[in-house]
Design a protein around this ligand. Structure first.
Ligand code: SF4
Length: 497
């Protein structure tokens, strides 16, 4: 899957240091911060995806985060006291073990971001629970607030806050409001036009799987897009949100132009009614804009809609192959692919094995080598943006793939990862290939990897291989056609007239 490229936003961090008001030595003497009376306190610090990675690299367990894309940290019981504390906090030394990499939530404190009492404005306030601030000179607090407000008005901060709205807490009476943050409000509400919209998280995989099951669309003619992994890997690039209304699951994504639906609505009721509802929501959020569209409709779904109300554009179809054909590569039609596989295996020892988490760095190094090789070819600006976006998606696959059903394989040549692939089971007889990266300096390796994927899938019960679409790229179109698909599953984009 290749969504329209946007400027990469995988590094959602605030680069400029945040001014600090409370001296570190004072903090070390205090017994308020980092400790909480209840294990599920709403004041637990929230970590963004990048902050989780930084904390994990410093020894904080991944198990303490519900969702690696962003979540509050789980607290641990204080062995000496009655309450709980942040697991990064050392109660003996009263110090934070990840101080230099602590999350924005903690760097801001004793200032806090929250919604105002009316719930319609994001404001910056200071927390009266902080003993230092209770003694501070009001003008100093005000000046400090202004300096922090200026940092929060910068683009990297606005993007981090809009992508992680949970950094903005609920209204607290004991937090004194310093200033409204109108630009933060605007950016957050642009990505949250309806309070019921939820970011697509790892923990939503089972809800989406249930919705796909209820929609009864998972057959051998299913589009590769009818799967959680297909969308989840792009959440570092495009904000994805979902909402459930009347038992129907609506998935939305936000491009720089506005909201669209990367999937038709999923539910058991009237498809046409659900589509009208999805379109009405997009119109409410986007106004009259052609960006409001529903992608990845099948022929059957298209036929269920009144053609007087929608017009359709065809998207590149999915290429579907017989697994046995690609596992064997027998006969004349596959002569050239067979020759390339033989060449790859003849010229160097190639070993295929399942991906494991220790392969992360090797895959990243390969990805960058491969991207550089592609850039030496004739890549236009669009192709370059796609490559940049794709690295963030591959990062998600390397780090978390096995947690949401991705099956990974690496090819090892001379003790180095020279190729890798990730895919998933679309339905029990169809394996979908999501990513494939092979060192271009090794002729035939990409073909050998693909054959290995198809052999493994066949052994595990696949009858079909879905190699996704060609994104309208002529080179990809030619390569996919050369494998002789048995079906090209049509895919439509519907826009209301
Ligand atoms: S991350 Fe550090 S500063 Fe933040 S709550 Fe945990 S121990 Fe305290």
């Amino acid at each position: 899957m290749t969504p329209a490229p946007v400027e990469p936003n995988s590094q959602l961090t605030i680069r400029q240091p945040l001014p600090q008001m409370v001296p570190g030595a004072v903090c070390a003497q205090c017994d308020v911060c980092c400790r909480f009376p209840e294990s599920d306190s709403f004041l637990r610090p929230y970590f963004t995806r990048d902050e989780i990675s930084a904390a994990v690299s410093l020894g904080v367990s991944t198990d303490l985060f519900d969702d690696p894309a962003g979540s509050q940290i789980a607290l641990v019981k204080d062995p000496a006291g009655e309450g709980f504390h942040c697991p990064a906090f050392n109660p003996v030394t009263a110090q934070c073990g990840i101080y230099q990499s602590r999350p924005l939530d903690c760097r801001l404190y004793p200032l806090a971001l929250m919604w105002n009492a009316g719930g319609d404005q994001v404001v910056l306030g200071w927390d009266t629970k902080c003993p230092f601030m209770r003694e501070a000179i009001p003008d100093e607090i005000r000046l400090h607030g202004e300096r922090v407000r200026d940092v929060l008005a910068q683009e990297d901060a606005l993007r981090a806050l809009s992508e992680h709205p949970r950094l903005i807490g609920r209204y607290q009476e004991d937090v004194v409001v310093l200033a409204p943050l109108p630009e933060v409000t605007r950016r957050v509400t642009a990505l949250q036009p309806d309070r019921r919209l939820q970011p697509l998280r790892l923990t939503d995989a089972s809800r989406m799987a249930q919705a796909l099951h209820e929609a009864k669309i998972l057959s051998q003619t299913a589009l590769a897009a009818f799967a959680f992994p297909y969308h989840y890997v792009w959440t570092a690039t495009l904000p994805y949100r979902w909402i459930e209304r009347g038992g129907v699951f609506f998935l939305f994504a936000h491009s720089p132009d506005g909201w669209f639906m990367p999937l038709p609505p999923l539910g058991a009721g009237s498809f046409e009614d659900a589509v009208h509802e999805g379109v009405a929501l997009m119109r409410q959020w986007n106004g009259v804009s052609p960006v409001s569209r529903i992608e990845n409709l099948t022929d059957d779904q298209k036929n269920m809609l009144d053609p007087r109300l929608y017009h359709y554009a065809s998207k590149s179809p999915d290429y579907v192959y017989r697994a046995k054909d690609l596992a064997n590569l027998a006969g004349d039609p596959y002569k050239s692919q067979r020759a390339l596989c033989n060449r790859a295996e003849r010229e160097q020892p190639v070993r295929f094995r399942p991906y494991h988490s220790g392969d992360h760095d090797g895959c990243r190094a390969l990805y960058r080598r491969w991207a550089a090789q592609k850039q030496q070819g004739q890549l236009d600006r669009m192709g370059q943006l796609l490559l940049e976006d794709a690295e963030a998606a591959h990062e998600i696959a390397w780090a978390l793939g096995e947690r949401f059903g991705l099956v990974g394989t690496v090819a090892v040549v001379r003790e180095q990862i020279a190729a890798y692939t990730f895919g998933y089971w679309l339905e029990p007889a169809t394996f979908a290939v999501l990513f494939e990266v092979a060192d271009r300096a090794v002729p035939g390796l990409a073909q050998a990897l693909f054959r290995n994927t198809c052999r493994t899938a066949l052994r595990n019960g696949a009858d079909r291989i879905n190699a996704m679409d060609d994104a309208g790229l002529p080179g990809l179109q030619e390569a996919k056609a050369a494998y002789h698909p048995i079906a090209m599953t049509p895919s439509w984009i519907a826009t209301a007239r």
